[in-house]
Design a protein around this ligand. Structure first.
Ligand code: KG4
Ligand code: ZN
Length: 349
């Protein structure tokens, strides 16, 4: 039995988890900073790293306590080393190094996006057995900072088939929520507003970019801004605490925007799955919490689709422990000079 203590601090969640044999979640602690960043309408990097420093020791202690493990039972320390905010990543990496050094344990560096993919490997239903994912598989990673279609030929063997050429899907949700004046983080706010809206009310653009598997969301964001400007008579974003003007059809705009994003994500993912004849499709990243995206992909795919439960979609350390496991087994350990990489690519380790 292998127990890995994993740490994740790449953005605005301070998280630690103990994962057994790469799949069993012994503990999963996430301290979210969302309330702190809400007043800025986005993640404020300096504030984020400072909050990580305040929370990290308690979060790690809680993860060990919830797992009912002692340090003597832990086999390795894993930590996210990128991509993410440098100041935030450094807090996790330094904590991990300190622990590994003082306990004499191996250190494993993990790519945050690989972590999101591996949230699908966790035994989140507590069935007592590992999900058996077949290769080649296709991951659609949709987070606040990334939108990527990735071909996975085996553990650690990634080929990026396509990515966004401008905004990430989550970023588009966050920016459009700001344009609409409905709050942060934008994804949940838009999903909620869209519930009462007509997704066909506005015919927002879908950037197809030919046959490529790349994405573009900035034109869509601008199209939403143009509609909103008709109601606000200003080209500025709405102040977050004032809310949208009463006569603006917020629900219809949110629903139409959400439909346009989901439409493009699902059609490109299905085209890539077909082109590479993958055995399974794995959805991952914060935007995979989106109900319409989950339901549409599940309904339209002609092969198995795996989607993490809502509590594993946004940032957490359980997924980092899952991704670390195969690296640990393969002997892919980090040295003491392990550094953080803000824009670490999935195909660069
Ligand atoms: O993976 P994540 O927690 O952090 C990053 O690695 O970026 O993703 C956060 C992103 C945010 O942009 C947030 O608005 C989006 O995920 N998100 C959603 C939903 N829940 C979170 N987007 C659409 N619908 C949701 N329900
Ligand atoms: Zn993430």
């Amino acid at each position: 039995m292998t127990k890995i203590l994993a740490i994740e601090t790449s953005c605005d969640e301070t998280a630690a988890a103990v994962i057994e044999d790469g799949v069993f979640i012994r503990s999963n602690i996430v301290a979210s900073q969302i309330e702190i960043h809400r007043r800025y309408g986005g993640v404020f990097p300096e504030v984020a790293s400072r909050q990580h420093i305040l929370a990290i020791n308690t979060v790690i202690e809680d993860a060990l306590k919830q797992a009912q493990d002692s340090w003597a039972e832990i086999d390795a320390i894993a930590v996210t080393r990128g991509p993410g905010l440098v100041g935030s990543l450094l807090v996790g990496v330094n904590a991990a190094k300190g622990l590994a050094l003082s306990l004499g344990l191996p250190l494993v560096g993990v790519n945050h996006l690989e972590g999101h993919i591996y949230s699908n490997w966790l035994d989140h239903e507590r069935r007592g057995k590992a999900p058996r994912i077949k290769f080649p598989s296709l991951a659609l990673i949709v987070s606040g900072g990334h939108t990527e279609l990735v071909l996975i030929r085996g553990h650690g063997q990634y080929e990026i088939l396509g990515r966004t050429i401008d905004d990430a899907a989550g970023e588009a949700f966050d920016k459009v929520a700001r344009i609409l004046g409905i709050g942060f983080p934008g994804g949940p706010a838009i999903q909620k507003a869209a519930e009462a809206g007509n997704p066909a009310a506005f015919d927002f653009p879908r950037a197809r970019l030919g046959d490529s598997f790349n994405f573009s969301f900035s034109g869509l964001k601008t199209a939403v801004l143009r509609v909103v400007q008709k109601y606000t008579n200003t080209d500025k974003m709405l102040p977050p605490d004032e809310g949208p003007p009463a006569r603006m059809p917020v629900a219809d705009i949110a629903a139409s925007f959400q439909m346009a994003v989901v439409d493009v994500l699902v059609s490109k993912a299905l085209a890539a799955a077909e082109a590479y004849n993958v055995k399974e499709i794995l959805l991952a990243g914060g935007v995979s919490a989106n109900k319409l995206l989950r339901e549409t992909l599940q309904a339209q795919a002609d092969r198995p689709v795996r989607i993490p439960p809502l509590w594993l979609c946004t940032d957490n350390a359980a997924m980092i422990g899952a991704a670390a496991y195969w690296r640990y087994q393969a002997g892919d350990l980090a040295d003491w000079d392990l550094d953080v990489v803000a824009n670490l690519r999935l195909d660069q380790g």
